[in-house]
Design a binder for this molecule. Structure first.
Ligand code: HEM
Length: 539
């Protein structure tokens, strides 16, 4: 965009009331030329960004990029649209603290880079799964599209800003936002289809409980993962996504009363299996439970580590060692239960905890499933947990593809946009292919989940799910490496244009650990396949 001296331009000034409504251009009143000097010097400094005039006279002294850059010859008093967008995220101009800098809009010009209305799809190719972009797709009906629209709007209007806030503050998600999830029954839907949804109004009525399937659930996970903040993903009720199914599926009627408050986002539960002594090797856990003399209680002693949401959980679905094997217990927070936060690579808002149990008395009716049969309970959880991790991880890759395509188109290096460089296009090609192939494999498995009984899923999908998860976490790391090259130095800063890339790169290795480590899952996938190789098969 060609530079223009401000003195040649007539500005339409915003009436005060319109300042808050930044894009209410129709409300502007024309007041004629606003200045008689050029506004191009220290103390009287204006610039144009995307047809809007900003008065930086006072702001220049506190501008995070410094005053000197604003007084450069090709900046002061000029249209700096292109330069501005090569240095800032567009959301910078939407921050309320900068509203007072806006002077008006250049007469006869229109904004080009105004943000899309809430709930809009990304206009970037591959910025959304093909089905959401309206391309032919076999698996979705109207209810899926309705669910997607509700979630997208909710993310744009409420959840994204909450995600940003907790990322920087490290505080737990606000109670209000947890309860919004409860009002939409989002939490309940993230446990998949089933009888737990009966009688609930799901996603504001967008889908009936009886028609809810795994594709609806997939959309919900992926729309939530659009925030791009891993902390939010993990902090927003994920403890219950893995911790509540053992209660729903194996808990006795006496303990089911805890479920409604958890669905409502008023109480929290997490899955407490891993220990300093045992991670993917669950059989190695050492936390013990012994029966009390009157046989009415378990007495639990031991510790758990890496428990997502554990620091703010009210209940723990806990794996313990009993006389002849493992047993799962529902342990409420109470005397003898202590949690302390573990510092991880990302914000502490997810409440990742180290938990100690010191002579904790747990009523016998809190046993989940059969005594010494806890492994069955634990394993029954794994397929869904891994599928959820994959859904989030694929969306994470897609977020990065979207950001990389935008950046490569707007950022100039060696005199042309990055995307004009063949080496950059080659990296983008790989990133897109990984995201698309991962999504397609995920959808293929999701279709199977919809059409298999639970027993069939366990038998036929454990292997493919393990392979898919180890594949996704592997290619995610390739994409992290490629996008880091494309963003250069910005990819290593936690603010500004590369912040999302920095976060992705810093936390991507988590996907290779959570829900079973990459190496263990690769091995499991092949061993499962091995079971189905006919004994008489020969080359
Ligand atoms: C309305 C006008 C402007 C506002 C509100 C603004 C605001 C900001 C903010 C908040 C940052 C911190 C980084 C971020 O959060 O993205 C920043 C950095 C910066 N700004 Fe501005 N800015 C404005 C105009 C300009 C202009 C016209 C230039 C022209 C050269 C400029 C050059 C820079 C530079 C060089 C940085 C450092 C970027 C980096 O660390 O990569 N800014 N600005």
């Amino acid at each position: 965009m060609a530079s223009k001296q401000l003195k040649e331009i007539t500005v339409e000034e915003w009436p005060r009331s319109a300042i808050l409504s930044f894009f209410a251009v129709a409300q502007l009143s024309i007041v004629g030329p606003l200045w008689d000097s050029q506004h191009n010097q220290d103390g009287d400094l204006w610039v144009i960004i995307d047809a809007k005039v900003f008065d930086l006279s006072k702001f220049s002294a506190i501008h995070p990029g410094g005053k000197a850059v604003l007084l450069a010859d090709d900046v002061r008093g000029q249209d700096v649209t292109e330069l501005f967008y090569s240095l800032h995220k567009s959301e910078v101009l939407l921050r309320p603290q900068y509203a007072r800098l806006r002077k008006g809009i250049v007469k006869g010009q229109e904004e080009q880079f105004a943000p899309l209305p809430h709930g809009s799809l990304s206009p970037i190719p591959y910025g959304a799964p093909v089905v959401i972009q309206g391309i032919l797709f076999p698996y979705y009906g109207d209810s899926h599209r309705r669910v997607q629209k509700v979630l997208r709007t909710l993310m744009d209007e409420v959840l994204r800003s909450e995600a940003q806030d907790i990322e920087s503050s490290g505080q737990r998600i606000s109670q209000k936002v947890f309860e919004i999830g409860g009002e939409y029954q989002l939490h309940a839907t993230r446990l998949g289809p089933g009888k737990h949804l009966k009688g609930l109004t799901l996603v504001g009525g967008a889908v009936k409980p009886e028609e809810f399937d795994y594709f609806h659930e997939l959309i919900i996970h992926q729309e939530l993962a659009r925030s791009g903040y891993r902390t939010f993903q993990d902090a927003y009720w994920v403890g219950a996504v893995i911790g509540l199914p053992p209660v729903l599926n194996f808990g006795r009627p006496e303990i089911q009363h805890i479920v409604p408050d958890i669905f409502a986002g008023k109480k929290f539960i997490s899955l407490a299996i891993s220990e300093a002594f045992a991670g993917s090797d669950v059989a190695g856990i050492r936390c013990t439970a012994k029966l009390s003399d009157d046989k009415k209680f378990w007495i639990v002693n031991g510790s758990k580590k890496w428990i997502t949401n554990g620091h703010f959980s009210d209940y723990f679905s806990t794996g313990v060692r009993t006389d002849k094997g493992l047993t799962m217990l529902l342990i409420p927070r109470g005397p003898g239960v202590e949690t302390k936060p573990i510092k991880t690579a990302y914000s502490p808002a997810a409440g990742t905890a180290y938990i100690t149990f010191d002579n904790v008395k747990v009523p016998i009716e809190n046993t989940l499933g059969e005594v010494n049969q806890g492994l069955k309970v634990i394993l029954s959880n794994f397929n869904h947990e891994r599928w959820v991790i994959v859904a989030n991880a694929v969306q994470g890759q897609r977020n990065i593809v979207d950001a990389a395509l935008r950046w490569a188109s707007q950022r100039k290096a060696f005199g042309k946009p990055l995307i004009e460089l063949a080496i950059v296009r080659a990296k983008l090609a790989q990133m897109i292919s990984r995201a698309e192939s991962s999504q397609t494999w995920l959808e293929h498995i999701t279709y199977q989940m919809n059409h298999m009984t639970y027993a069939e899923q366990s038998q036929y999908l454990a292997g493919p799910m393990a392979l898919l998860k180890q594949y996704i976490s592997g290619v995610g790391q390739d994409t992290a490496r490629d996008v880091t090259q494309i963003f250069g130095g910005r990819a290593i800063t936690q603010s500004g244009l590369g912040a999302a890339v920095e976060l992705f790169h810093r936390t991507i290795a988590y996907d290779a650990i959570l829900g079973g480590s990459e190496d263990v899952l690769a091995d499991l996938g092949v061993r499962q396949a091995q079971k189905f190789i006919p004994k008489n098969a020969r080359l």
